[in-house]
Design a protein around this ligand. Structure first.
Ligand code: KG4
Ligand code: ZN
Length: 367
């Protein structure tokens, strides 16, 4: 006998795949309406900053120390107790596996103690639904997922139904931002610091390589840009030169994201004639104003409606994990209590298996 899931889902989401310990409570009503009842993000930036990047061992320990307090803060903020929940959703990968295990184990403990269904969420699926937290955004849509570990274009047909159109063949866009920022002597995390430095800079003052321009596929490449920018950074010593170089780097990354997305929009539109055309950008790099503006212009030129999550839901958070969990529960999907933590977990496993040459990154397979 199958039991139908409750009409309204109230889900505790847990996110511990990198350097943020996050918990959130999201309510998804039977009609699909979404309410974020709370979203708490405990950042570990201060703990990792002296090392210029995320140290996996420090991250895992910090997650252990704070996960319970952060989960309880999220419940308190939502004015709910564990007994009011209908499910628990925890990131199960991809990511730094020591951290992933912390959130997933905590989620399993809550599920076991309270007799609740568990959803082992793919972190990328969380980013994929993140724009649905704050806007009425129906499926299907074309998604550009750009974060520190991932850079890919996906056709999102529904929960758990993603098809990859393209991905990076070397670095992720956020990784390029972070590494170039480091070469410019900026603090970690580099993306936001580089965006601040670029303010008022002249992007035309430096010429940077335009990788893969005009190629017929939807793949990305940032390693040539990274190398060129790191070399130029050595000679950029005055404040004006540094500002200009930062602006040129930002424009080059935004330009490549827009050019590849433009290509994907044309392919996607040919396959989705008749359904409303929607383009969504998500992930930490979607917080960048120049990136958003270039993508918005590309969407408008191709007749796509444009959506991006509010800034708080671009970078890692647990509300997106709770929503992915709630959507899965509403579809009758949940996972066993022995679900495993996965350092690598491509969203589109078929495409990833077909393109094994794509490298793996800090937070799992970039492809
Ligand atoms: O989604 P996210 O929080 O974590 C991952 O899943 O990777 O993304 C973090 C990435 C970092 O590389 C960070 O530098 C970048 O997003 N990022 C930005 C900005 N804010 C965050 N990059 C450029 N401009 C920003 N404003
Ligand atoms: Zn992320």
């Amino acid at each position: 006998m199958t039991t139908l899931p409750p009409a309204t889902q109230t889900v505790l989401g847990l996110e511990t795949s990198c350097d943020e310990t996050a918990a959130a409570v999201v309510r998804r009503h039977a009609d699909g309406r979404v309410e974020v009842l709370s979203s708490v993000v405990g950042s570990q930036i201060a703990a990792h900053a002296p090392f210029g990047g995320v140290v996996p061992e420090i991250a895992a320990r910090a997650h252990v120390e704070s996960i319970q307090a952060i989960a309880e803060a999220a419940l308190r903020e939502a004015d709910l107790g564990y007994g009011d929940l209908t499910g628990v959703a925890a990131t199960a990968g991809p990511g730094l596996v020591g951290g992933v295990m912390v959130g997933l184990s905590f989620g399993k403990a809550v599920a076991l103690a309270r007799g609740l269904p568990l959803v082992a969420v793919n972190h990328l699926e969380g980013h994929a639904v993140s724009a649905r937290l704050a806007a009425d955004l129906p499926y299907p849509f074309l998604l550009l997922l750009v974060s520190g570990g991932h850079c890919q274009l996906l056709s999102v047909e529904g929960i758990g139904a993603c098809r990859r159109l393209g991905s990076t063949i070397d670095d992720a866009a956020g990784e390029a931002f972070d590494k170039i920022a480091k070469a410019l002597g900026l603090p970690y995390p580099g993306g936001p610091a580089l965006e601040r430095l670029a303010e008022g800079g002249d992007p035309a003052a430096y010429e940077l390589p335009r990788m893969l321009l005009g190629r017929k596929d939807c793949d990305f490449s940032f390693s040539g840009l990274k190398t060129a920018a790191a070399r130029l950074a050595e000679g950029a010593t005055t404040p004006a030169q540094r500002r200009d170089l930062a602006a040129a780097v930002q424009a080059a990354i935004a330009g490549q994201l827009a050019e590849r997305s433009d290509r994907a929009m044309k392919l996607y539109a040919a396959e989705h004639a008749g359904s409303g055309l929607r383009f969504v950008v998500a992930g930490g790099v979607a917080a960048n104003g120049t990136v958003r503006a270039r993508l918005q212009a590309a969407a408008a030129a191709n007749g796509f409606a444009f959506a991006a999550p509010p800034l708080a839901y671009c970078t890692d958070n647990a509300a997106m994990i709770a929503l992915a969990g709630a959507e899965r529960l509403a579809a009758g999907l949940s996972d066993p209590l022995d679900a495993v933590a996965r350092p690598r977990w491509p969203l589109d496993e078929v495409a990833a298996a077909a393109a094994p040459t794509h490298k793996a990154g800090r937070k799992g397979a970039k492809a």
